[in-house]
Every structure is written in structure tokens, then in C-alpha cells.
Design a protein around this ligand. Structure first.
Ligand code: SAH
Ligand code: SF4
Length: 358
């Protein structure tokens, strides 16, 4: 067991076996419903709090904590117990407070334009490791209430399916977050979408589409070769049919690749039948993908073109770009590897000369 937050209510009851029954309620209320740090759950006696704190060290240790936009965006790089690293981003808006959580350390999907994909996969996160990201953000946002959780950090949430489902369930039940406030973003793991459709969970599904012809999508999203657009379309229909909820597509606009009139018309044809909302994301720069994002004018024209053809579309702002906290820029794994390389390099080169540069 890594984290206190891996435990559900029954797990807490087992843990507190021997204590009066109402302690379980007090602890559950304090850490989950009220979202307090354990040390501040003063309804529970101090001796119990400190023995729990000794047994369950926090899973996340902040290795970096940076802010931008005058503190409205904050990014943490967390080191996990085994040294793996992940990133979490808090975004404070006038009308909502959103945390963007990682579901895996790294990602195996290899999307070419995404920093996490470029870095590769390290491991799955546990329920507690995802929940702790939400809680750190909750504590940081106070006195504002954390209102939204989006699974758009590192990793593919539907490739860590049981953990994603359990976290959504817990956040709904204990924190009272509903479908509009919980968004799972997937690159298009078709069996995961179909399974999720049957769970009856309150969540919004976002599908990272980026191209509506197989040739282009194959080149951006390798998973498209396994689950091409037609299969993805059917999975989206299943989702909509089973949940009655609207779906959204994400589309990172890349200069000359998927921002052309032809790409727009393909998207219109694909999205119209599903009545999907389109979220346009100006491509954020990453070290491993040298194609540029579309110009702001092209982004605006693309959006207007969609709207004129009856597709609901909005442009997502690029919060946190300067601290590499924007969509697709999270790459703690690469950074960790880089710092490892730097640390293990000898200060003096074998030949006795100082290294030329770092
Ligand atoms: N794996 C999931 C969720 C994490 S990625 C998914 O792919 O949907 C979150 C979003 O960031 C996705 O829509 C992804 O396509 C997008 N993204 C990845 N790299 C990006 C980049 N360089 N610029 C803009 N958006 C990017
Ligand atoms: Fe993974 Fe999503 Fe990045 Fe693709 S875009 S590599 S699925 S995190």
C-alpha cells in the first residue's frame, strides 16, 4: 500500500479496526468530503493522525513548483516513491479552478507532437497517486474551491483503465464532482471507450482527434493504425448512445498539417454526425517535433470555418506555456533523465580536461 488515498471507505474501516466505528466516518469526512490534509482533520485524535502519517508517507514529493500568469497557473513536478516523476497543473480562472492530473508516468502511445509521448512510458499510477495530485491542488487553491478535474496531464487514462474509473468514482462520491466537472481525455483507445460507456459514470469524454483522415492521423497518433477513424467513430456513437452526453474532440492545430480547408471539411463531416464539440488547441512547442503550430489568424479562421458549417468550436487558451505546463508539454520523464545524465557526468573528463560545455 503506497497511499492513504488508495483506500476506499471499507479499506479505512479495516485500517481502523479496533477504533470506535465513528472514527471511520470522521476520517473519511475529513480527508475526502472536506478535502483536508490529514494533519488538519482535528476531529480525529492526534495520536491516530500521527500514527497514520507515519504509516502513510505522502506519495508525491515536489521536485519543482513553478508558477506563471501571476500565480494563476502552477505546475508541480512530483517525484514518486520509486523515483518516477509526473507533472500536475493547477489553473485558476475567474469562474472555475481546474487541476490537470497525470494518469501515468510517461505514456506509451507515442504521439509525435507530444512531449510525454516523445519521452516514453515509465509506469502506471495508483489510485492514491492520482488522488493526491487532486488534493495537493485542492489545498493550494484554497480558499477557492477546486471545481474541475481533467485527465489531460501525462499519460493515457484509458490505458490505466481501472485506476481512472476508481478515481472518477471516488471524486464523484466523496468530493461531489459531477460529469461537467470531470473530464477524461483519450487518444482513442476504442475498447476503453466502449467499456467506459457501460460504467454509468458521471464524466465528460474528450477524444483527441487531430485529423479526420487515416493517413494524417496515422502519422500523428500511432494508435490510429490499431483503431482507425471508422472504428473510433463507432465507439463514439456507442458512448453517446449509452450516456446521452455530448462528446468533445480535441484538435491541436499544426501548420500545414491539419489546419487546411480540406482538414477542416473532413473534421466537419466527422464531427457533425456525432454532434461533437470541437476544442481547438494551438500546438504547443515541444523539443521532439519541429513543425510549427498554426498562426493565431489561422486558428481563428479555422474556428470560424467550423462554426459557419454548424460545428460547435472553441479555442482553448495556452495557459502555462512559459513554464512548459500547457497541453502536451509535460515531460518530467525526459527532464528526470536529463538531470540524471547531468549528475552522472564526471566533472572532469577522463582525459583530464574540463567538459567543453554542459
Ligand atoms: N493521453 C490523453 C490525455 C493527455 S494529453 C490524450 O491524448 O488525449 C492531453 C491533450 O493534449 C490531448 O488532447 C493531446 O492531444 C494534447 N496535446 C499533446 N501534445 C500537444 C501539443 N504539443 N500541443 C497541444 N496539445 C497537445
Ligand atoms: Fe500519450 Fe496523450 Fe501524449 Fe498521445 S497525446 S503521447 S496519448 S499523453
Amino acid at each position: 500500500m503506497v497511499s492513504l488515498y488508495d483506500l476506499d471507505r471499507a479499506g479505512l474501516a479495516d485500517l481502523l479496526d479496533g477504533e470506535p466505528r465513528y472514527r471511520v466516518d470522521q476520517l473519511w469526512r475529513g480527508i475526502w468530503v472536506e478535502g483536508r490534509p490529514l494533519a488538519e482533520v482535528t476531529t480525529v485524535p492526534a495520536r491516530l493522525r500521527s500514527s497514520l502519517a507515519e504509516r502513510f508517507a505522502p506519495s508525491l514529493r515536489a521536485r519543482a513548483d513553478v508558477a506563471s500568469e501571476h500565480g494563476a497557473t502552477r505546475k508541480w513536478v512530483f517525484e514518486l516513491a520509486d523515483g518516477a516523476t509526473i507533472e500536475t497543473v493547477l489553473m485558476v480562472y475567474r469562474d472555475r479552478v481546474t487541476v490537470c492530473v497525470s494518469s501515468q508516468a510517461g505514456c506509451a502511445m507515442g504521439c509525435t507532437f507530444c512531449a510525454t509521448g516523445q519521452a516514453g512510458f515509465t509506469r502506471q499510477l495508483s489510485v492514491g497517486e492520482v488522488v493526491e495530485q487532486v488534493l495537493v491542488a485542492t489545498w493550494s487553491a484554497a480558499p477557492r474551491r477546486l471545481s474541475n478535474v481533467v485527465f489531460m496531464g501525462m499519460g493515457e487514462p484509458l490505458a490505466n483503465y481501472p485506476v481512472t474509473v476508481e478515481v472518477v468514482r471516488r471524486l464523484h462520491e466523496a468530493r461531489g464532482l459531477s460529469a461537467r466537472h470531470l473530464t477524461v481525455s483519450t487518444v482513442g483507445v476504442v475498447p476503453g471507450i466502449e467499456r467506459l460507456a457501460r460504467e454509468g459514470l458521471p464524466l465528460t469524454l474528450a477524444v483527441s482527434l487531430h485529423a479526420a483522415n487515416d493517413e494524417t492521423r496515422d502519422s500523428l497518433v500511432p494508435l490510429n493504425r490499431r483503431y482507425p477513424l471508422q472504428r473510433l467513430y463507432e465507439a463514439c456513437e456507442t458512448w453517446i448512445g449509452a450516456t446521452g452526453r455530448r462528446l468533445s474532440f480535441e484538435w491541436a492545430l499544426i501548420d500545414g498539417v491539419n489546419d487546411t480547408d480540406r482538414a477542416r471539411d473532413e473534421l466537419v463531416a466527422y464531427a457533425s454526425g456525432l454532434r461533437a464539440h470541437v476544442n481547438l488547441i494551438p500546438l504547443n512547442p515541444t523539443p521532439g517535433y519541429l513543425v510549427r503550430g498554426s498562426s493565431p489568424e489561422r486558428v481563428g479562421a479555422f474556428r470560424d470555418g467550423l462554426i459557419a458549417r454548424g460545428v460547435n468550436a472553441t479555442v482553448r487558451n495556452t495557459r502555462g506555456r512559459s513554464i512548459e505546463a500547457a497541453c502536451g508539454q509535460l515531460a518530467a520523464v525526459t527532464n528526470a533523465r536529463r538531470s540524471l545524465v547531468v549528475r552522472s557526468r564526471p566533472a572532469v573528463a577522463p582525459e583530464g580536461r574540463a567538459p567543453a560545455h554542459e
